[in-house]
Design a protein around this ligand. Structure first.
Ligand code: SF4
Length: 464
Protein backbone atom coordinates (compact mmCIF):
# COMPACT_ATOMS: atom_id res chain seq x y z
CA UNK A 1 0.00 0.00 0.00
CA UNK A 2 1.38 3.36 -0.93
CA UNK A 3 1.26 5.97 1.75
CA UNK A 4 0.75 9.57 0.96
CA UNK A 5 1.33 12.40 3.31
CA UNK A 6 1.33 16.07 2.92
CA UNK A 7 4.39 18.02 3.71
CA UNK A 8 5.22 21.61 3.37
CA UNK A 9 8.44 21.26 1.55
CA UNK A 10 10.44 24.46 1.61
CA UNK A 11 7.78 25.84 3.84
CA UNK A 12 10.34 27.68 5.85
CA UNK A 13 12.04 30.27 3.84
CA UNK A 14 14.25 33.21 4.55
CA UNK A 15 17.90 33.77 5.03
CA UNK A 16 18.28 31.60 8.07
CA UNK A 17 17.42 28.55 6.10
CA UNK A 18 19.15 29.23 2.88
CA UNK A 19 21.56 26.54 1.90
CA UNK A 20 24.48 28.86 1.84
CA UNK A 21 23.96 29.94 5.41
CA UNK A 22 25.42 26.73 6.68
CA UNK A 23 27.28 25.28 3.83
CA UNK A 24 30.09 27.74 4.00
CA UNK A 25 30.56 27.81 7.75
CA UNK A 26 29.01 25.33 10.08
CA UNK A 27 30.25 27.31 13.06
CA UNK A 28 27.57 29.87 12.36
CA UNK A 29 24.70 29.21 14.75
CA UNK A 30 22.25 27.05 12.92
CA UNK A 31 18.72 26.05 13.48
CA UNK A 32 18.44 25.43 17.17
CA UNK A 33 22.18 25.66 17.41
CA UNK A 34 23.76 28.28 19.59
CA UNK A 35 27.30 28.31 20.83
CA UNK A 36 28.04 29.55 24.30
CA UNK A 37 30.68 31.86 22.94
CA UNK A 38 28.09 33.41 20.66
CA UNK A 39 25.49 33.84 23.31
CA UNK A 40 25.71 37.56 23.86
CA UNK A 41 26.55 38.38 20.33
CA UNK A 42 23.65 36.46 18.94
CA UNK A 43 20.84 36.88 21.39
CA UNK A 44 18.83 39.14 19.15
CA UNK A 45 19.89 37.37 16.04
CA UNK A 46 18.83 34.10 17.53
CA UNK A 47 15.31 35.39 17.90
CA UNK A 48 15.30 36.63 14.36
CA UNK A 49 16.57 33.33 13.20
CA UNK A 50 14.16 31.39 15.33
CA UNK A 51 11.74 30.86 12.52
CA UNK A 52 11.57 27.37 13.80
CA UNK A 53 9.48 24.97 15.70
CA UNK A 54 11.50 23.28 18.42
CA UNK A 55 11.22 19.55 18.77
CA UNK A 56 9.17 19.94 21.88
CA UNK A 57 5.93 21.45 22.89
CA UNK A 58 7.27 22.62 26.23
CA UNK A 59 6.07 25.80 27.90
CA UNK A 60 7.87 29.04 27.13
CA UNK A 61 11.23 29.66 28.71
CA UNK A 62 13.01 32.91 29.17
CA UNK A 63 16.49 31.67 28.49
CA UNK A 64 17.53 33.33 25.24
CA UNK A 65 19.67 30.28 24.49
CA UNK A 66 16.57 28.21 24.06
CA UNK A 67 14.43 28.71 21.01
CA UNK A 68 11.04 29.88 22.21
CA UNK A 69 8.05 28.07 20.90
CA UNK A 70 5.90 31.16 21.29
CA UNK A 71 8.19 33.29 19.14
CA UNK A 72 8.02 30.91 16.31
CA UNK A 73 6.17 32.37 13.44
CA UNK A 74 7.72 30.93 10.36
CA UNK A 75 7.20 32.90 7.20
CA UNK A 76 5.39 30.00 5.73
CA UNK A 77 4.00 29.89 2.28
CA UNK A 78 3.11 26.24 2.24
CA UNK A 79 3.63 24.39 -0.93
CA UNK A 80 1.76 21.20 -0.32
CA UNK A 81 3.23 18.14 -1.84
CA UNK A 82 1.91 14.65 -1.95
CA UNK A 83 4.61 12.07 -1.92
CA UNK A 84 4.48 8.35 -2.38
CA UNK A 85 7.06 7.27 0.17
CA UNK A 86 7.01 3.63 -0.79
CA UNK A 87 7.97 4.66 -4.29
CA UNK A 88 10.57 7.13 -2.99
CA UNK A 89 12.06 4.40 -0.77
CA UNK A 90 12.49 2.21 -3.84
CA UNK A 91 14.10 5.02 -5.79
CA UNK A 92 16.51 5.80 -2.96
CA UNK A 93 17.29 2.24 -1.96
CA UNK A 94 20.67 2.33 -3.67
CA UNK A 95 21.42 5.93 -2.85
CA UNK A 96 24.22 6.81 -0.45
CA UNK A 97 23.41 8.02 3.08
CA UNK A 98 24.69 11.44 2.05
CA UNK A 99 22.23 11.62 -0.85
CA UNK A 100 19.37 10.41 1.32
CA UNK A 101 20.04 12.91 4.09
CA UNK A 102 20.47 15.68 1.56
CA UNK A 103 17.09 14.79 0.09
CA UNK A 104 15.49 14.65 3.54
CA UNK A 105 16.88 18.02 4.60
CA UNK A 106 16.00 19.61 1.29
CA UNK A 107 12.46 18.34 1.53
CA UNK A 108 11.68 19.13 5.15
CA UNK A 109 13.98 22.04 6.01
CA UNK A 110 13.37 23.09 9.56
CA UNK A 111 10.66 20.52 10.19
CA UNK A 112 13.05 17.60 10.35
CA UNK A 113 15.61 16.66 12.99
CA UNK A 114 18.19 13.96 13.53
CA UNK A 115 17.55 11.65 16.48
CA UNK A 116 20.94 11.20 18.08
CA UNK A 117 21.48 8.47 20.67
CA UNK A 118 25.10 9.17 21.48
CA UNK A 119 26.43 6.13 19.63
CA UNK A 120 27.74 5.65 16.10
CA UNK A 121 24.69 7.47 14.80
CA UNK A 122 26.96 10.49 15.11
CA UNK A 123 27.57 9.54 11.47
CA UNK A 124 24.18 11.10 10.68
CA UNK A 125 25.41 14.43 12.02
CA UNK A 126 28.56 14.18 9.97
CA UNK A 127 26.56 13.42 6.83
CA UNK A 128 24.19 16.30 7.57
CA UNK A 129 27.14 18.62 7.94
CA UNK A 130 28.53 17.40 4.64
CA UNK A 131 25.30 18.31 2.83
CA UNK A 132 25.98 21.93 3.71
CA UNK A 133 22.37 22.39 4.71
CA UNK A 134 21.14 23.59 8.10
CA UNK A 135 20.10 20.73 10.34
CA UNK A 136 18.73 20.07 13.78
CA UNK A 137 19.64 17.35 16.26
CA UNK A 138 17.72 16.11 19.26
CA UNK A 139 18.50 13.55 21.95
CA UNK A 140 16.55 11.89 24.70
CA UNK A 141 18.13 12.47 28.07
CA UNK A 142 16.56 9.71 30.12
CA UNK A 143 18.49 10.69 33.22
CA UNK A 144 20.06 7.23 33.23
CA UNK A 145 22.75 7.57 30.57
CA UNK A 146 26.40 6.75 31.15
CA UNK A 147 28.66 9.66 32.12
CA UNK A 148 30.64 8.88 28.97
CA UNK A 149 27.56 9.55 26.87
CA UNK A 150 26.95 12.94 28.47
CA UNK A 151 30.55 13.88 27.83
CA UNK A 152 30.22 12.68 24.27
CA UNK A 153 27.14 14.87 23.75
CA UNK A 154 29.18 17.82 24.88
CA UNK A 155 32.04 16.88 22.59
CA UNK A 156 29.68 16.56 19.62
CA UNK A 157 28.17 19.96 20.32
CA UNK A 158 31.59 21.54 20.37
CA UNK A 159 32.88 19.62 17.37
CA UNK A 160 29.98 20.63 15.14
CA UNK A 161 29.19 24.00 16.71
CA UNK A 162 25.64 22.91 17.40
CA UNK A 163 23.25 22.73 20.31
CA UNK A 164 21.54 19.39 20.73
CA UNK A 165 17.87 19.79 21.56
CA UNK A 166 17.53 17.53 24.61
CA UNK A 167 14.22 16.02 25.55
CA UNK A 168 13.64 15.11 29.18
CA UNK A 169 11.06 12.83 30.77
CA UNK A 170 8.17 14.32 32.65
CA UNK A 171 9.36 14.83 36.23
CA UNK A 172 6.00 13.92 37.77
CA UNK A 173 5.86 10.64 35.84
CA UNK A 174 9.43 9.70 36.80
CA UNK A 175 8.72 10.58 40.39
CA UNK A 176 5.61 8.42 40.46
CA UNK A 177 7.42 5.46 38.93
CA UNK A 178 10.47 5.66 41.14
CA UNK A 179 8.56 6.33 44.34
CA UNK A 180 6.23 3.42 43.78
CA UNK A 181 8.62 0.87 42.32
CA UNK A 182 12.16 1.97 43.01
CA UNK A 183 15.03 2.90 40.74
CA UNK A 184 15.54 -0.50 39.16
CA UNK A 185 12.03 -1.85 38.66
CA UNK A 186 12.89 -2.79 35.08
CA UNK A 187 14.98 -5.70 36.35
CA UNK A 188 11.85 -7.04 38.06
CA UNK A 189 9.01 -6.45 35.67
CA UNK A 190 10.55 -5.48 32.34
CA UNK A 191 11.84 -2.33 30.76
CA UNK A 192 8.68 -1.21 28.99
CA UNK A 193 7.24 0.92 31.76
CA UNK A 194 10.44 2.80 32.47
CA UNK A 195 11.18 3.18 28.75
CA UNK A 196 7.70 4.50 28.20
CA UNK A 197 8.22 7.22 30.81
CA UNK A 198 11.82 8.08 30.11
CA UNK A 199 12.04 7.53 26.36
CA UNK A 200 8.87 6.92 24.43
CA UNK A 201 6.80 9.79 25.77
CA UNK A 202 9.60 12.36 25.47
CA UNK A 203 10.20 11.10 21.95
CA UNK A 204 6.52 11.41 21.13
CA UNK A 205 6.61 14.99 22.38
CA UNK A 206 9.67 15.72 20.27
CA UNK A 207 8.13 14.29 17.16
CA UNK A 208 4.95 16.29 17.64
CA UNK A 209 7.05 19.33 16.80
CA UNK A 210 8.29 17.87 13.52
CA UNK A 211 7.14 16.59 10.16
CA UNK A 212 10.01 14.18 9.73
CA UNK A 213 12.88 12.65 11.63
CA UNK A 214 16.13 10.95 10.76
CA UNK A 215 17.22 7.81 12.58
CA UNK A 216 20.36 5.70 12.59
CA UNK A 217 18.48 2.41 12.29
CA UNK A 218 20.22 -0.25 10.26
CA UNK A 219 18.97 -3.56 8.98
CA UNK A 220 21.91 -5.39 10.50
CA UNK A 221 21.28 -4.13 14.03
CA UNK A 222 18.52 -6.01 15.73
CA UNK A 223 17.92 -9.74 15.68
CA UNK A 224 14.82 -10.28 13.63
CA UNK A 225 13.26 -6.87 14.09
CA UNK A 226 15.18 -4.60 11.78
CA UNK A 227 15.43 -6.72 8.70
CA UNK A 228 12.92 -4.49 6.98
CA UNK A 229 13.89 -0.91 7.45
CA UNK A 230 13.18 1.17 4.34
CA UNK A 231 15.37 4.21 3.78
CA UNK A 232 12.26 6.34 4.06
CA UNK A 233 8.75 5.54 5.24
CA UNK A 234 5.65 7.09 6.66
CA UNK A 235 6.22 6.58 10.36
CA UNK A 236 4.13 3.59 11.37
CA UNK A 237 4.03 4.51 15.05
CA UNK A 238 4.42 8.19 15.83
CA UNK A 239 2.63 11.35 14.78
CA UNK A 240 4.07 14.60 13.56
CA UNK A 241 2.97 18.16 14.15
CA UNK A 242 -0.11 17.90 11.95
CA UNK A 243 -1.35 14.90 13.90
CA UNK A 244 -2.82 11.65 12.71
CA UNK A 245 -1.55 8.75 10.69
CA UNK A 246 0.81 9.83 7.96
CA UNK A 247 1.77 13.10 9.59
CA UNK A 248 5.35 12.05 10.19
CA UNK A 249 7.99 10.73 7.83
CA UNK A 250 10.84 8.62 9.10
CA UNK A 251 14.15 8.61 7.24
CA UNK A 252 16.60 5.78 7.84
CA UNK A 253 19.50 6.81 5.63
CA UNK A 254 21.94 4.17 6.87
CA UNK A 255 19.42 1.36 6.73
CA UNK A 256 21.40 -0.53 4.10
CA UNK A 257 24.84 0.26 5.48
CA UNK A 258 26.93 -2.27 7.40
CA UNK A 259 28.03 -1.35 10.90
CA UNK A 260 31.57 -1.90 9.72
CA UNK A 261 31.19 0.68 6.96
CA UNK A 262 29.77 3.19 9.40
CA UNK A 263 32.90 2.80 11.46
CA UNK A 264 35.14 3.15 8.43
CA UNK A 265 33.32 6.36 7.63
CA UNK A 266 33.69 7.70 11.19
CA UNK A 267 37.39 6.95 11.11
CA UNK A 268 37.94 8.39 7.67
CA UNK A 269 36.22 11.63 8.66
CA UNK A 270 37.88 11.78 12.08
CA UNK A 271 34.51 12.01 13.79
CA UNK A 272 34.48 11.95 17.61
CA UNK A 273 33.02 8.74 19.06
CA UNK A 274 31.62 7.71 22.41
CA UNK A 275 34.46 6.34 24.56
CA UNK A 276 32.17 3.49 25.66
CA UNK A 277 32.86 1.86 22.31
CA UNK A 278 36.46 1.26 23.34
CA UNK A 279 35.16 -0.63 26.37
CA UNK A 280 33.29 -3.12 24.23
CA UNK A 281 29.93 -1.37 24.06
CA UNK A 282 28.39 -1.55 20.63
CA UNK A 283 24.81 -0.62 21.33
CA UNK A 284 24.59 2.37 23.66
CA UNK A 285 21.62 3.26 25.80
CA UNK A 286 20.89 3.77 29.49
CA UNK A 287 23.60 2.72 31.90
CA UNK A 288 21.62 0.10 33.86
CA UNK A 289 20.29 -1.51 30.70
CA UNK A 290 23.31 -1.63 28.44
CA UNK A 291 26.43 -3.72 28.68
CA UNK A 292 29.35 -4.60 26.46
CA UNK A 293 28.62 -7.56 24.23
CA UNK A 294 30.48 -10.81 24.53
CA UNK A 295 32.28 -12.53 21.66
CA UNK A 296 29.82 -14.00 19.22
CA UNK A 297 26.90 -11.99 20.51
CA UNK A 298 24.87 -9.66 18.39
CA UNK A 299 25.21 -5.99 19.32
CA UNK A 300 21.58 -5.80 20.43
CA UNK A 301 22.29 -8.59 22.92
CA UNK A 302 23.90 -5.90 25.02
CA UNK A 303 20.50 -4.38 25.83
CA UNK A 304 17.98 -5.69 28.41
CA UNK A 305 19.87 -8.95 28.44
CA UNK A 306 17.76 -10.28 31.31
CA UNK A 307 14.69 -10.31 29.11
CA UNK A 308 13.60 -12.48 26.25
CA UNK A 309 15.26 -11.53 22.99
CA UNK A 310 11.87 -10.84 21.46
CA UNK A 311 11.52 -7.63 23.41
CA UNK A 312 14.68 -6.00 22.21
CA UNK A 313 13.11 -2.93 20.69
CA UNK A 314 12.73 -0.21 23.29
CA UNK A 315 9.59 1.32 21.88
CA UNK A 316 11.30 3.98 19.82
CA UNK A 317 11.26 1.85 16.71
CA UNK A 318 8.46 -0.54 17.42
CA UNK A 319 7.19 -0.20 13.90
CA UNK A 320 9.82 -2.81 13.10
CA UNK A 321 7.91 -5.38 15.08
CA UNK A 322 5.53 -6.57 12.44
CA UNK A 323 3.09 -8.37 14.69
CA UNK A 324 2.52 -5.52 17.07
CA UNK A 325 -0.88 -3.97 17.05
CA UNK A 326 -1.17 -0.21 16.95
CA UNK A 327 -1.94 -0.19 20.67
CA UNK A 328 1.14 -2.18 21.44
CA UNK A 329 3.19 0.04 19.18
CA UNK A 330 2.13 2.98 21.21
CA UNK A 331 3.70 1.61 24.30
CA UNK A 332 1.06 -0.57 25.95
CA UNK A 333 2.98 -3.75 26.28
CA UNK A 334 5.03 -5.83 23.99
CA UNK A 335 3.39 -8.77 22.38
CA UNK A 336 5.89 -9.40 19.66
CA UNK A 337 6.90 -12.96 19.18
CA UNK A 338 9.92 -13.16 16.96
CA UNK A 339 12.45 -15.84 16.82
CA UNK A 340 15.80 -14.76 18.08
CA UNK A 341 18.13 -14.60 15.14
CA UNK A 342 21.20 -14.19 17.29
CA UNK A 343 24.07 -13.93 14.90
CA UNK A 344 27.55 -15.21 15.44
CA UNK A 345 30.38 -12.78 15.04
CA UNK A 346 32.75 -14.07 12.41
CA UNK A 347 36.45 -13.68 12.88
CA UNK A 348 38.36 -10.82 11.31
CA UNK A 349 41.89 -10.24 9.97
CA UNK A 350 41.62 -13.32 7.77
CA UNK A 351 44.58 -13.56 5.43
CA UNK A 352 47.17 -16.17 4.53
CA UNK A 353 49.82 -13.56 5.25
CA UNK A 354 48.73 -13.33 8.88
CA UNK A 355 49.71 -15.77 11.61
CA UNK A 356 46.95 -16.64 14.07
CA UNK A 357 48.51 -16.97 17.51
CA UNK A 358 47.01 -19.15 20.20
CA UNK A 359 47.53 -18.39 23.87
CA UNK A 360 50.51 -20.77 23.93
CA UNK A 361 51.83 -19.20 20.75
CA UNK A 362 51.86 -15.68 22.09
CA UNK A 363 53.22 -16.84 25.45
CA UNK A 364 56.12 -18.46 23.63
CA UNK A 365 56.66 -15.40 21.51
CA UNK A 366 56.68 -13.14 24.57
CA UNK A 367 59.14 -15.44 26.35
CA UNK A 368 61.82 -15.38 23.65
CA UNK A 369 64.81 -13.14 24.22
CA UNK A 370 65.97 -13.53 20.69
CA UNK A 371 63.70 -14.14 17.72
CA UNK A 372 64.47 -15.04 14.15
CA UNK A 373 62.53 -12.04 13.00
CA UNK A 374 60.50 -9.22 14.58
CA UNK A 375 56.75 -9.66 14.97
CA UNK A 376 53.86 -7.27 14.77
CA UNK A 377 50.82 -8.54 16.65
CA UNK A 378 47.35 -7.08 16.97
CA UNK A 379 45.40 -7.92 20.12
CA UNK A 380 41.82 -7.77 18.97
CA UNK A 381 38.20 -8.67 19.49
CA UNK A 382 36.17 -9.41 16.36
CA UNK A 383 33.12 -7.53 17.68
CA UNK A 384 35.10 -4.37 18.36
CA UNK A 385 34.19 -1.71 15.79
CA UNK A 386 37.67 -0.19 15.95
CA UNK A 387 39.22 -3.58 15.14
CA UNK A 388 36.77 -4.03 12.30
CA UNK A 389 37.60 -0.59 10.99
CA UNK A 390 41.33 -1.37 10.82
CA UNK A 391 40.89 -4.82 9.32
CA UNK A 392 41.50 -3.75 5.75
CA UNK A 393 44.68 -1.81 6.45
CA UNK A 394 46.11 -4.50 8.73
CA UNK A 395 45.53 -7.23 6.17
CA UNK A 396 47.05 -5.04 3.46
CA UNK A 397 50.05 -4.44 5.70
CA UNK A 398 50.47 -8.18 6.30
CA UNK A 399 50.39 -8.81 2.58
CA UNK A 400 52.94 -6.09 1.94
CA UNK A 401 55.27 -7.48 4.58
CA UNK A 402 54.96 -11.10 3.48
CA UNK A 403 58.48 -12.42 2.92
CA UNK A 404 60.06 -9.17 4.15
CA UNK A 405 61.44 -10.59 7.39
CA UNK A 406 58.70 -9.16 9.62
CA UNK A 407 55.96 -11.51 10.78
CA UNK A 408 52.47 -10.10 11.13
CA UNK A 409 50.08 -11.85 13.50
CA UNK A 410 46.84 -11.58 15.43
CA UNK A 411 45.84 -12.73 18.88
CA UNK A 412 42.22 -12.73 19.93
CA UNK A 413 42.41 -11.19 23.38
CA UNK A 414 38.82 -10.89 24.54
CA UNK A 415 36.83 -13.28 26.72
CA UNK A 416 38.96 -15.48 28.91
CA UNK A 417 42.18 -14.21 27.34
CA UNK A 418 41.49 -10.64 28.34
CA UNK A 419 42.89 -10.78 31.85
CA UNK A 420 46.14 -12.33 30.64
CA UNK A 421 46.41 -9.79 27.82
CA UNK A 422 45.81 -6.91 30.20
CA UNK A 423 48.37 -8.19 32.69
CA UNK A 424 51.07 -9.43 30.36
CA UNK A 425 50.55 -7.71 27.03
CA UNK A 426 49.67 -4.12 27.91
CA UNK A 427 46.12 -4.50 26.61
CA UNK A 428 44.18 -1.34 27.40
CA UNK A 429 41.48 -1.19 24.78
CA UNK A 430 40.95 -2.95 21.49
CA UNK A 431 42.83 -3.00 19.24
CA UNK A 432 46.27 -2.97 20.84
CA UNK A 433 49.19 -3.35 18.46
CA UNK A 434 52.50 -4.70 19.73
CA UNK A 435 55.88 -4.91 18.10
CA UNK A 436 58.14 -7.72 19.33
CA UNK A 437 61.69 -6.69 18.33
CA UNK A 438 64.24 -9.27 17.25
CA UNK A 439 66.43 -8.95 20.31
CA UNK A 440 64.24 -8.04 23.21
CA UNK A 441 61.59 -9.88 25.12
CA UNK A 442 59.63 -6.75 25.89
CA UNK A 443 57.05 -5.83 23.26
CA UNK A 444 56.64 -2.21 22.27
CA UNK A 445 53.12 -0.86 22.18
CA UNK A 446 51.97 1.20 19.20
CA UNK A 447 50.70 4.41 20.75
CA UNK A 448 49.07 6.18 17.83
CA UNK A 449 45.40 6.10 16.89
CA UNK A 450 46.40 6.12 13.22
CA UNK A 451 46.04 2.61 11.91
CA UNK A 452 46.51 3.12 8.20
CA UNK A 453 49.16 1.14 6.35
CA UNK A 454 51.66 4.01 6.09
CA UNK A 455 51.53 4.86 9.78
CA UNK A 456 51.93 1.23 10.81
CA UNK A 457 54.76 0.79 8.33
CA UNK A 458 56.53 3.85 9.73
CA UNK A 459 56.24 2.33 13.21
CA UNK A 460 57.74 -0.95 12.06
CA UNK A 461 60.53 0.69 10.08
CA UNK A 462 61.50 2.79 13.07
CA UNK A 463 61.97 -0.33 15.19
CA UNK A 464 62.99 -3.22 12.97
FE1 SF4 B 1 14.58 2.86 31.83
FE2 SF4 B 1 16.40 1.08 31.07
FE3 SF4 B 1 14.52 1.98 29.36
FE4 SF4 B 1 16.52 3.56 30.17
S1 SF4 B 1 16.67 1.69 28.90
S2 SF4 B 1 14.44 4.12 29.99
S3 SF4 B 1 16.76 2.91 32.31
S4 SF4 B 1 14.24 0.72 31.20
Amino acid sequence: MAFAVTSSSNAVSGSSFSRSSASSDIKVPQIGSFRLADRHATVNLSHKRSAMKPVNAEPKRNDPMVPLAATIVAPVSPKVEVEDYEQLAKELDNASPLEIIDKALEKFGNDIAIAFSGAEDVALIEYAKLTGRPFRVFSLDTGRLNPETYRFFDEVEKHYGIRIEYMFPDAVEVQALVRSKGLFSFYEDGHQECCRVRKVRPLRRALKGLRAWITGQRKDQSPGTRSEVPVVQVDPVFEGMDGGIGSLVKWNPVSNVDGKDIWNFLRAMNVPVNSLHTQGYVSIGCEPCTRPVLPGQHEREGRWWWEDAKAKECGLHKGNLKQDSAAQLNGNGNGASHSNGTGTQSDIFNSKSLVTLSRTGIENLARLESRKEPWLVVLYAPWCPFCQAMEESYVELAEKLAGSGVKVAKFRADGEQKEYAQKELQLGSFPTILFFPKYSSKPIKYASEKRDVDSLMAFINALR
